[in-house]
Structure formats: C-alpha cells, structure tokens
Design a binder for this molecule. Sequence first.
Ligand SMILES: [Zn+2]
Length: 90
Amino acid sequence: MPTLAATATPETTLLGLLIAAFMIATLCYGLGCWIWPFGACRRCKGTGKRRSPFGRAFGLCRRCHGDGRRLRIGRRIINGLRELHDKGTR
Ligand SMILES: [Zn+2]
C-alpha cells in the first residue's frame, strides 16, 4: 500500500522534530542549571531577610536560612544523578 507509506513519513518527521526540540530545551535548561545552580529564594526574594513589620528589625529567612538563594530543581536533579553515579563507581 503506497498511500500508507506516504502518510507515515511526515508524521514521524514531525514527531522527531518535537522530540529534538524537547531534548534541546531540556539540554539548555540543564546547562543553565549547571552554570547558574541557584535561584532567588521565593519567600524573601533573594534578600535572605525576614522583615519585621515594625521599625528596621529583621530576622533571617527561615526557608533559605539567610542565604537568599535556593537550589534550582534542575540542579537538584543533576546533584541527584551525580550522587547516583558516584555510588555506582565506588
Ligand atoms: Zn529566603
């Protein structure tokens, strides 16, 4: 059946393109997480301070412990994979 073969080709190329685009996006995100592992803490917006409603008093942000940064999800995955790899090689 020649018609079936003709319709199957464009669909597979489209799927291949989608998969390639997805892989490139994942790779770029992974690279970004590798170069810039930290994001600003969402609770304190990167300041690391928990502001008091009165005066100038402030305490350390409980979520980031005053760092003002949080590890990005992608970097957490990279760290997890690395840990897994280290365990495997030992
Ligand atoms: Zn914080």
